[in-house]
Design a protein around this ligand. Sequence first.
Ligand code: PLP
Length: 458
Amino acid sequence: MSAVSNIYPTAALQAVDAAHHIHPFTDTKALNEEGTRIITHADGVWLTDSNGNRILDGMAGLWCVQVGHGRQEIADAVHKQMSELSYYNTFFKTSHPPVIALSEKLAELAPAHMNRVFYCSSGSEANDTVFRMVRHYWDQMGQPDKKVIIGRWNGYHGSTLAGTSLGGMKGMHEQGDLPVPGVRHIDQPYWYGEGGDMSPEDFGIHVARTLEKAIDEIGEDKVAAFIAEPIQGAGGVIIPPETYWPEVKRILSERNILFVADEVICGFGRLGTWFGSDYYGLEPDLMPIAKGLTSGYLPMGGVMVSDRVAEGLINKGGEFYHGYTYSGHPACAAAALANLEIIQREKLVERVRDDIGPYLQKSWTALGDHPLVGEARMTGLMGAMELVPEKGNRQKAFADKGSVGTLCRDISFQNGMVMRAVGDSMIISPPLVLSHEEADQLVTIARKTLDETYTELK
Ligand code: PLP
């Protein structure tokens, strides 16, 4: 088959895909036996597959399509940019109008003390940049022994060597002897799964103080940075207890280490604020960004840099030997600008905070009454449901971890909605343009899916 397109029947597309395509985070052998789903079109919050089924995209692609699918305005902006300047690099004392405009826009939207951005093409590359940047910063500041970066178990910071190492996904670490040296992990603020008999408030303080303990054990003079997502996404939408971030902030304010808030998911309106750091009043030194920056229309990431870090990184002079061919790619910058323009014009951040966010939170958390659900939680438009074998017993999980989540995910898809399974937690993160009617549909499908999953388990 030379020109594969959606005029071919699903089975033919699946056969070619199976023969030639290695999928990310996939048991490709198992997938090839089952056959992949082929998505051919998308508009708003809806996907269409090669069999003509309409599917509600409850995950906004991979937590990224903030403005919804199929925005002609972004396609037009990219087309125009490609006609004028499809590519030029930003290495050798050159720049171009879209990347200049985007940098100014990001400085306007980010917390006041963050005025600079370094570009790359993904969240993983952003965290590779973080890894190198924090070490270079401390070298520049005359403290080259400050090298260790503290991350959290079950945190996710991407899939490159640095991203995997900073993240705390044990399965990923096991494949290839990671993390790389110089990374430590502390516990996550996951009260539902790990809080034991403690109240959420006590647990929040307790886990925050593991940061203090780790810094003391390693020695503050050796610790470069602490990295964390404001709300862990890929780990299962872990919304920390209210006491957690204030206590972490207290600890960070007493220690001379950098704080990296990974905004790859929480940024660009997901929590009803421009950044998760705004939601929790964090004051990061570095903010990796990606996903919602372009709503996924083209790949782009970056690291927002605080004035404090700029002092060491820039004002002390000297070249930082780091960069990517596509750092600040003009077409991606044009997509980002058009996307941010839509988010601002349609007031999507405010919409999540005051309108669709509270609306969906109410009906989503009400799913917590289902016999299969231990807890349903949501902040902004980022939610999870814990599927449990025995309601009311937080200590008891399904014996074959992940199998019920996978079953529920597959049933959800058959029912016309993408929910993601993280172990036995069901996750949603829909586009920020979700209407009230679509929110009702989402919850109706979720409940039907829970009922059918429950019946299957009997
Ligand atoms: N950081 C966080 C918090 C993420 O959720 C992700 C991806 O899901 C990444 C980094 C990696 O981003 P990418 O997949 O664009 O490399």
